[in-house]
Design a protein around this ligand. Sequence first.
Ligand SMILES: Cc1ncc(COP(=O)(O)O)c(C=O)c1O
Length: 459
Amino acid sequence: MPATRTEVTMRDDAFTKANNAQQLWHPMAHPGDMQANAPTIIESAENSSITDIDGHTVVDAVGGLWCANLGYSNEKVKQAISDQLAKLPYYSAFGGTTNGPAIEAAHAVTEFFKPEGMVRAFFTSGGSDSVETALRLARQYHRLRGEPTRTKYLSLKKGYHGTHFGGASVNGNNRFRTAYEPLLAGCHHLPSPYTYRNPFQETDPAKLAQNIAAAFEDEVQFQGASTIAAFIMEPIQGAGGVIIPHETFMPLMRDICDRHGILMIADEVITGFGRTGDWSGSRHWGVEPDMMCTAKGITSAYFPVGACLVSAKVAEPFESDQSGEGGVYHGYTYSAHPVGAAAVVACLEETVRLDVKTNSSARGTQLFEGVQALKEKYDVVGDVRGGHGLMTALEIVSDRDSKAPMDPGSVKRLAKATYEAGTMVRVSGHNVMMSPALIITKDEVAQVLSNLETGLQAI
Ligand SMILES: Cc1ncc(COP(=O)(O)O)c(C=O)c1O
């Protein structure tokens, strides 16, 4: 007798659970640990929520990975992807061929970031690719302008710029560096605008911004401006723990870059497309960078796409070059992928139509006020950061005075109890981070806060 549908599902579930993390090595995880403590299998999703293999539905306060900006049920984006799959699933954009959706996507994304001064788009398959592209183009830009010695990069400690060798080299967290060293030579790091812990013992964000600006100037004098290609920063550091700089910080960095002929690369992989409550982190701080790295929200994670965007200043020496040296000998098989490009076009339309930045700002404030209240109530909450859109973090400590980080076991207990209560949060070290879909509702944010309180009580 043929198996019934339910029997088939149960057999499939048994196979899935038995093989969980057995053959699959997970990104950012220890393979042995994954085998011993199998990861949660997510089976379906709707709007801002996800459901696991056991049928437990929770609010996804992680937003996939800071990326599911439109939530999981945007039919227009899904339809655009499926229509394009049927019409032209792929064709190369190397050299002599292109495709309509890619042309449209480049037009749409440069229009979207016109206020930031972006005029050209180079499509990639994700954030790390976009960072790599920006770093390479920065060197080539200086070569084209007759300054081939400008090869070094400056960046911020606690910054995250993906895991390609260039990105890891400008990364500011040794977790992503040490095992893979030696990294790229000529990468130097400045302190992070992190008021809770910094080498200046400075808690005033404006003064800390001044201190870092002075360290930047000092580093430029030490290295020599003529050796530095670019400075890369996230407008709000995300993976490093949602570090919100003072409003003067990014403009100060912009000014130093300008005075020394250093290109400013804004890594907007998280902050782009509404997450900060503005369409970009750069716009949020009133800065026009020379290049922007984007991914995540560009397709709201419906398809893996990134884009490196460049300003007219950067584009000019490439486009006017007559020597052949302006050729961009860099790119990916999936650069300007037609299905990805169709996703970009539909996603940008939806992002604007739904005005997700406005909800991001309001719900971000609600979430931040909520975690501030939790900080008042629970001593284990050492610091809370947020209030600029839907990027929020709690730093969990075992002692408020010494700021000693909470042990990993306790933070895991917090996350597990929060999940069981109805919300998925992300744990990174002793930080608990939240970056839900930008369409999250007021009631869902209230649920996140209540579930988080349950988690805090479980420590
Ligand atoms: C600021 C920033 N840059 C780059 C990346 C790398 O992007 P991807 O993981 O898509 O390669 C990330 C990923 O989280 C990021 O947050």
